[in-house]
Design a protein around this ligand. Sequence first.
Ligand code: AMP
Ligand code: MG
Length: 411
Amino acid sequence: MVDCCSAPGLIPFEQALENMLAAIKPITDVENITLIQALGRVLSNDITSPINVPGHNNSAMDGYAFAHESLQNQQSLTLVGRSMAGQPFEGECKKGQCIRIMTGAKIPADCDTVEMQENCQVDGENIHFLAPRHRGDNVRLAGEDISRDQVVFKTGRRLSAIDIGVLASLGINELSVYRKLNVALIATGDELKALGQPLESGDIFESNSYALSAMLKNLNVNVINFGVIADDEKAIREAFLQADAQADAVISSGGVSVGDADYTKLVLEQIGEIAFWKIAMKPGKPFAFGKLPNSIFFGLPGNPVSAMVTADLLAMPALMKLQNCQANPAITLHAKTVTDLRKAPGRMDFQRGVLSYNEQGELMVTSTGNQGSGILTSIAAANCYIVLPAEQGRVKANATVNIRLFERFFA
Ligand code: AMP
Ligand code: MG
């Protein structure tokens, strides 16, 4: 069966993504923030370390520190002091001597090796070493993790909880980051009711703005929610213009197709420009990308699954480019499909599946069933996309398919 939507004039998915990214000019405004505010922000310059980490040679164990050559011909050393974390030993530790040392404590300049206490016998001031040791054992060297002036994070990095820990360990409290993006959300449709409103005959609850707003939290942008706008040319034009005045990017959902109440394309042509608006992907064929006078515009399809998938695969990477974020490339895995997969040649499919291992340790993927673009459970139950190339037809069970794990935008 030929896919009814695979009409000529559709742009391949990869090409659409590439064209869109090429058309986006990242913002340049930066601001200074303190580390506690830095989660999810994008660095606007390289960070170099002002110090060595660790800052001094220190012990990896609770035990005894000494010069390795002291233990060449004897099995015992004389205890002459102790070094605690934050309270270093300031005396001399000569040949034949050792000091008590705790994890993280500074190792004196005349010591180069640490033995853990489990391998020592204590007899007053005499410490007996029960096992052979190599020079440098249990010593963490100054700068072995990060050396002074080393570039730790590059410009464009989105700061994670781990990064914030690393920056704190370097004593860095002030950072320069790109300003937050302002992103406007507009839902269009006469049938859409806000939560809390009664549903009349033919109405549904508006859900796209909730899902999209939650996805955008992962990008750490300011969301300006315009709620539901009626299927009315004038109302949509007004909303688009207002959103454009306030936002760096405007995301609408619904009304982007060719139905009688679909005004998105028309209004976009009146007040801005459309770069393209039909992509050979499923779900998500009707997707508009364009420019308004001050902002970039994404017109997502109204069907909730299509809206989420096009937001994930197209709008999110575009917004990341706009905010200067250097993204890691998506990783493709290979898995065997448990069932046959329905597919007609024409568009690239992003079917939803559950990836797991079978008893032989092979990666297997199970389709979440009905892949209709209104079937929210098809995405709620999934943990990955099954990516089927445009020219691909029906897939037989046990065939190997490409898998793309869901990214954090859906988290
Ligand atoms: P449209 O793209 O406007 O033709 O809408 C396609 C389908 O998605 C219709 O069934 C709409 O009712 C539904 N839809 C559109 N917008 C939303 C929304 N914001 N939330 C939930 N469903 C929507
Ligand atoms: Mg509609």
